[in-house]
Design a binder for this molecule. Structure first.
Ligand code: NAG
Ligand code: NAG
Ligand code: NAG
Length: 425
């Protein structure tokens, strides 16, 4: 027996077994390569949260004000348009451009997603998120790694399942540093809030995050649990760098949020997850007036709403609505060949000018609206007008330049727009 045991020991030493918590790098998005792992969204509108943004990057025009670009330090800025003037429009067909990026590949159990940033978007009406989504939302689940609204004091994490059966029991409190909110992950429960956990570190979000030099969000989907860490800048291990060949989550200590597999069979409720980094404005959460006071924003002036109060105007409300990113890394025990949820255009558009990693930006959208015989309203024509220095001077309802018309060629998109506009009445 002894020689065999020795032989096995030698073999084990020669070929180290994969240790739980150690994952090799699969993809790294940083610096000049920041855009290579992402797709732009298929949709031009924010059709997941009804935010008052147009997704930047899907268009094909050049702009003097890119919203995604590399800095001299090698970090990547990804910002809400804070320089264009957005004139109020009763149909909300004028909005503000903001970027949304979706990973080209989706990953399953055995994966760690990492965002290292020195600044994150915040401010009244601003709603950033670093999250993952399954194949056919809400089927396939959702993991919200970093999310918040307005001047929220700390980060809020959440899991969402399409069906009943996925929970986050309070007993897990001993396994994590954050605090539970809602425990029922089902989308049908409590207006779809999900099973939420709050960090209690004021540097995990917004101005506090920026003042402390940011930090790193880490989400691990292991067989036994989904775990999320926020690691403040001062505590980031030296091994966690953009070019790290692997990550060992066992050195991170107790996670901020811990959802155990016993209480939610993740392989049943969660499919391959597409990673998403975005910022929207207003919408179904940040657009609610009741969310203002608890998150450091004053009530709207009389007769105003989120769109007219914040999105309209010169954009100065959005000076802090940007990410400054060191890197986004995906580590996984398995190479993924699963495409992300939206095929989209690859986010590797023309590099126009210094540091411009991004594609182009339009500054105004106009639409014609028809009233049908039954009184319902539908959209019949949309066009985008390019690089208008003064949007106030742009004609509305008239196709001034239709280089963008092909983007609206599909009946499905037109139908979606019609539903969207009809929903405003
Ligand atoms: C949003 O629109 C895009 C493009 O039509 C589509 O691929 C995606 O599934 C839509 N998302 C939702 C949640 O409807
Ligand atoms: C969790 O939410 C689902 C969907 O609304 C509901 O059917 C189920 O009863 C809830 N479970 C508990 C324990 O409240
Ligand atoms: C955008 O900029 C790129 C790179 O400078 C150029 O090749 C392209 O023709 C421009 N596109 C338009 C529509 O102006």
């Amino acid at each position: 027996m002894a020689p065999l045991a020795l032989a096995l020991a030698v073999a084990a030493a020669a070929v180290p077994l994969a240790r739980a918590g150690v994952y090799p790098i699969a993809e790294s998005m940083a610096g000049d390569n920041f855009l290579q792992g992402w797709n732009w969204p298929d949709s031009f509108y924010d059709n997941t949260t009804s935010g008052e943004v147009f997704w930047y990057g899907t268009a094909e025009w050049n702009s003097s004000t890119p919203l995604i670009y590399k800095t001299d330090k090698g970090t990547t800025i990804m910002k809400v348009d804070d320089t264009s003037t957005v004139v109020s429009n009763p149909w909300h067909t004028t909005k503000r451009f903001a970027p949304k990026l979706l990973s080209k590949r989706a990953y399953s159990v055995g994966t760690v997603w990492v965002l290292d940033a020195v600044h994150m978007p915040y401010g009244c009406s601003v709603w950033p998120a670093f999250w993952t989504v399954g194949p056919k939302w809400p089927v396939g689940g959702e993991i919200d790694i970093m999310e918040g609204i307005h001047n929220q004091p700390v980060n809020q994490m959440a899991l969402h399942s399409a069906e009943d059966g996925c929970y986050a029991p309070q007993t897990n409190q001993a396994l994590m540093t954050g605090d539970w909110g809602s425990l029922n992950c089902s989308i049908g429960y409590s207006y779809g809030a999900g099973c939420t956990a709050r960090d209690n570190d004021p540097t995990s979000y917004g101005a506090g995050f920026a003042a402390a030099g940011g930090g790193v969000f880490v989400a691990e989907w292991a067989p036994e649990a989904i775990k999320i860490w926020f690691v403040p800048r001062a505590k980031v291990p030296a091994s966690m760098t953009a070019d790290a060949k692997s990550i060992d989550t066992s050195i991170l200590g107790m996670p901020t949020g811990y959802w155990g597999n016993k209480d939610c069979v993740f392989t049943r409720y969660f499919g391959p997850q597409t990673l998403i980094l975005q910022t929207t404005l207003c919408g179904v959460w940040a657009g609610l007036e009741s969310t203002l006071a608890p998150n450091g924003c004053s009530a709207y002036p009389s007769g105003q709403d989120c769109y007219t109060t914040y999105v309209n105007g010169d954009g100065s409300n959005y000076r802090n609505a940007y990410y400054e990113i060191n890197y986004v890394n995906i580590f996984s025990t398995a190479v993924s060949t699963t495409p992300g949820v939206e095929g989209g255009l690859p986010a590797d558009g023309p590099v126009a000018g210094n540091n411009n990693l991004g594609r182009q930006q339009s500054t105004s959208v106009s639409a014609s609206v028809a009233t049908q015989s039954d009184g319902a309203t539908s959209l019949v024509m949309v066009t985008l007008t390019q690089n208008i220095p003064d949007v106030a001077a742009a004609p509305t309802g008239v196709p001034t330049k239709n280089g963008a018309m092909s983007r609206f060629g599909s009946a499905a998109t037109l139908a979606a727009l019609a539903v969207f506009v009809a929903g405003l009445f």
